[in-house]
Ligand binder design. Structure first.
Ligand code: ZN
Length: 533
């Protein structure tokens, strides 16, 4: 039965010890549901690519190797293509996936599993949310965290104080309930109200509940720029005291006067890992954030709707005060004007789209000085505001963070609808951008390392059992892409564009993208962490 000769020949041809036991069954014709043949497998472990066929049956990978005699209901010719585990995006806001079950922005960039409930915001009733998802059916696999802001708001509204003993007990019981109902961990969003009102002691009490249930602690930290190091220390401290795994969300340095701080942030992660704290991070592959024009104004200016805003901006005395506060907000980050800000979408005058505020000021005010930029921003806010792109990160920090072996790739995106709004392009392009821009064009990291960061690294940390590798016995989540053409097509100006160079995506053995088109199949499952004690 064994074909020793064939196995040796294959091993020589691919120069790899990557053949599993399944390869010895080759000589016997085998029947698969799907056979991906003649591709190059990047298995997700960080191992070098090898030529291999992949046989899938009953939702699982059952054979990896040379399968020349295999037959299948569907044979995918992957000649010239890479076959990787489906990408696992552990930092998303896909909480409303039941309303948009095809999740096409994720699927089309090769993502087969998402984790929602990040940055402190999730469903409060996890059981109800997961039941709805199971009933609707979804294209990709889904897991959720329970959000701290959600829990805190349910118990104590937006009160700016520590919880009483009974309030803390209520919050703990809500986190316990959520974990019992299938949440995979606990998240904070310490820059979003009411998150900033919570001290470390409260957070670690709640993180401990999640940790005891086998979950992890994921944090959008208190600060991502000027106070980055102390924020990383706090996050690690919570994990250490609560004895749970830690995920630092969208690690970045968003203040120019602290650029370079990624060196210290990453060394804090290394030091914590050396002491036995299992901390990892994730990042999106862009140097710009995306937000409203309004966030450059003091928060009090934006209260009470457009009429109230206009009244304040049009009052000459108030405007002097507002401008001075805008300058202060910028100087806290080491900035002196709005030249880092680019207009993504300004409905009243789309000819401004793509211009920096320096260019806008020159166009509208005849000067590109800081004062003229503030005046231009005021005029735009009065006309209804704009969607902006903020170039606040340095390429050096993004690169350094990406090279770190404990940092995964995650989009920070919600489920998007084609043409709706002006979202950050990461929601359509993040994984493809890493593979096209950072791997192929810039040679920042090897392709097998990029794939590991998208697959086995997050799968192991979140304890998604038998996911994240192309290996017999693992789930049939697979992304087939062309390493020479894969690209993000979404830009800040035109974000609604699917990634290219990804002809096939399978979820639980079912083809969800065929020849670059979504099939409409909804084979996604709700994922649990296998670390439950
Ligand atoms: Zn966040």
């Amino acid at each position: 039965m064994r074909s020793a000769r064939l196995a040796v020949a294959v091993a020589l041809a691919i120069g790899s010890p990557g053949l599993t036991g399944a390869a010895s069954q080759q000589s016997q014709p085998a029947r698969y549901d799907v056979l991906i043949s003649h591709g190059t497998v990047i298995d997700g472990s960080g191992a070098r690519p090898v030529r291999a066929d992949v046989g899938i049956r009953d939702g699982r990978i059952v054979a990896v190797g040379s399968l020349p005699n295999g037959t299948a209901a569907e044979i995918i010719d992957a000649t010239g293509l890479m076959v990787a585990p489906g990408f696992i995006d552990v930092h998303t806001h896909a909480d409303d996936i039941a309303g948009t079950p095809r999740a096409e922005n994720f699927v089309r960039m090769g993502v087969t599993s998402v984790v929602a409930g990040n940055c402190g915001g999730s469903a409060l009733d996890i059981s109800e949310a997961l039941t709805k998802i199971r009933e609707t059916g979804i294209a990709i696999n889904y897991a959720t965290l329970i959000g701290h802001n959600t829990v805190r708001r349910a118990v104590m509204g937006t009160e700016n104080r520590a919880p009483t003993i009974s309030e803390l007990a209520k919050m703990k019981s809500l986190v316990w309930r959520a974990m019992a109902d299938g949440a995979v961990g606990f998240s904070t969003g310490l820059q979003y109200v009411p998150g900033p009102y919570a001290k470390s002691a409260e957070i670690l009490e709640l993180a401990r509940i999640a940790g005891n249930a086998g979950g992890l602690y994921a944090s959008h930290m208190r600060n991502e720029g000027t106070e980055l190091e102390s924020a990383v220390q706090e996050t690690i401290h919570v994990g250490e005291m609560a004895m749970c795994r830690v995920q630092i969300s969208h690690l970045k340095v968003d203040s120019p006067n602290n650029w370079g701080a990624s060196v210290r942030a990453l060394s804090l992660i290394d030091a914590a890992r050396a002491r036995g704290i299992d901390v990892q991070a994730d990042q999106y592959a862009y140097t710009a954030a995306s937000s409203t024009l309004g966030i450059r104004f003091p928060a009090w200016v934006l209260e009470g709707g457009q009429d109230a805003i206009a009244k304040r901006l049009n009052d000459p005395d108030q405007w002097v005060k507002i401008k001075s506060e805008m300058r202060d907000l910028l100087s806290e980050r080491g900035l002196s004007d709005l030249s880092f800000a680019v207009v993504a979408s300004y409905r009243p005058d789309p000819s401004l789209n793509g211009l920096s505020m320096k260019q806008v000021a020159a166009r509208l005010r005849g000067s590109d000085a800081a004062d003229a930029q503030f005046e231009a921003a005021k005029a735009m806010l009065l006309a209804g505001g704009a969607s902006m792109v903020y170039h606040l990160m340095s390429e050096d920090d993004v690169n350094r963070i990406m090279r770190h072996p404990q940092v995964g790739i995650a989009s920070d995106s919600s489920v998007l609808t084609m043409g709706d709004g002006v979202p950050h392009p990461r929601g359509y392009g993040n994984n493809a951008r890493v593979l096209g821009e950072y791997v192929r064009s810039r040679h920042l990291i090897p392709i097998e390392e990029a794939i590991r960061k998208m697959t086995s690294l997050p799968a192991d940390h979140f304890k998604f059992e038998r996911r994240g590798l192309v290996k017999a016995g693992f789930a049939g989540d697979l992304t087939v892409f062309d390493a020479s053409t894969i690209s993000d097509a979404a830009s800040f100006e035109k974000p609604h564009a699917y990634a290219t160079g990804i002809p096939y995506v399978l979820v639980n053995g079912v083809v969800v993208v065929r020849k670059g088109e979504q099939t409409g199949a909804l084979p996604g499952q709700v994922l649990k962490n296998s670390g439950a004690k």
